[in-house]
Design a protein around this ligand. Structure first.
Ligand SMILES: Cc1cc2nc3c(=O)[nH]c(=O)nc-3n(C[C@H](O)[C@H](O)[C@H](O)COP(=O)(O)OP(=O)(O)OC[C@H]3O[C@@H](n4cnc5c(N)ncnc54)[C@H](O)[C@@H]3O)c2cc1C
Length: 259
């Protein structure tokens, strides 16, 4: 239960407090996860990030830089974001939650369902932390730690990309969420959520230059999902393969449109 609540106005203050309270303190952004049952925090100290100047969406020579405090809805309302990012933000189905939840919180929450992460992975998103370190999102997911995320950086936002969430109902939990992108060099990027402990890039298949049924089969063979209430292993393997093959077709069709 939170007993002390600090509102900081500089990153230095935030870091000092964390240094002092260590694991007793938790960063609080929108609070949508930390205040909700059953994900409520056990920490006794909250360091609110709401007063920090990291709530802007900025373009920097074609690179999109999103402050970690930017809410999902604010990013979704930003003009000129690509359709796939708009779609992915909409996978968090409730506008109320999107108005509260921040991009930093969505990335740092490490939830079983991470519907936005596959798209951010295929866009090869980078993360800037308060100590100045920059990691790719993929590196961060391997060992997230408790660092303060300051900025989300996407260099090539307008590469051809598409994403889809497969769920049993519109507002239901995602069974599998997939994203595919094609880089300027015609390299394919594939990411999935719901088929492993964490969202993953499927690198082994990316390099095979497959399409259609061959791609479906390769994806199904490359992943090792767990069976649960949302579906059996075979079902998830099948859905993931179909989603990825469809999304690659979507990306290739985007190419046709722009030629
Ligand atoms: C009713 C409801 C419905 C939801 N539906 C969905 C859904 O459909 N899809 C979905 O993906 N999520 C959903 N969520 C979960 C929630 O939206 C996400 O976990 C959310 O994005 C968290 O963002 P936040 O800013 O509120 O984070 P908070 O609750 O403030 O924090 C979440 C975690 O991230 C850490 N954190 C936050 N910001 C930073 C930062 N800058 N640096 C380092 N660590 C940080 C916190 O310490 C905490 O561990 C739902 C939540 C609720 C309450």
């Amino acid at each position: 239960m939170i007993k002390q609540f600090f509102r900081v106005t500089t990153i230095e203050q935030a870091m000092e407090l964390k240094q002092h309270f260590q694991d007793d303190a938790v960063w609080m952004a929108g609070g949508s996860k930390l205040n909700a049952t059953p994900t409520r925090t056990e920490c006794s100290v909250a360091i609110s990030l709401q007063g920090l100047p990291i709530d802007k969406v900025e373009w920097d020579n074609g690179t999109l830089r999103v402050g970690s405090l930017v809410t999902l809805q604010k990013l979704r309302d930003t003009v000129y974001i690509p359709q796939a990012l708009y779609d992915a933000l909409g996978f968090v189905y409730s506008r109320h939650v999107r108005n509260q939840a921040t991009l930093g919180g969505e990335i740092a929450a490490h939830q079983p369902e991470s519907v936005l992460i596959p798209l951010l992975l295929v866009l090869e998103t980078e993360l800037l932390f308060a100590d100045g370190e920059i990691l790719t999102l993929e590196e961060y997911l391997q060992s997230p730690g408790d660092r303060l995320l300051v900025e989300v950086i996407i260099h090539d936002l307008f590469r051809r990309c598409a994403t889809r969430k497969f769920s049993r109902s519109a507002g239901g939990w995602s069974v599998v969420t997939a994203a595919v992108a094609i880089t300027e060099n015609e390299e394919v990027r594939i990411a999935l959520d719901g088929v492993a402990e964490k969202p993953i890039r499927v690198r082994d298949v990316e390099s095979l230059s497959l399409q259609g049924e061959a791609l479906e089969k390769a994806i199904s063979a490359a992943i090792h999902p767990h069976a649960d209430l949302s579906g059996s292993k075979a079902f998830k393997r099948h859905i993931a393969g179909v989603l990825v093959a469809d999304l690659l077709t979507d990306c290739l069709q985007q190419d046709e449109v722009t030629k």
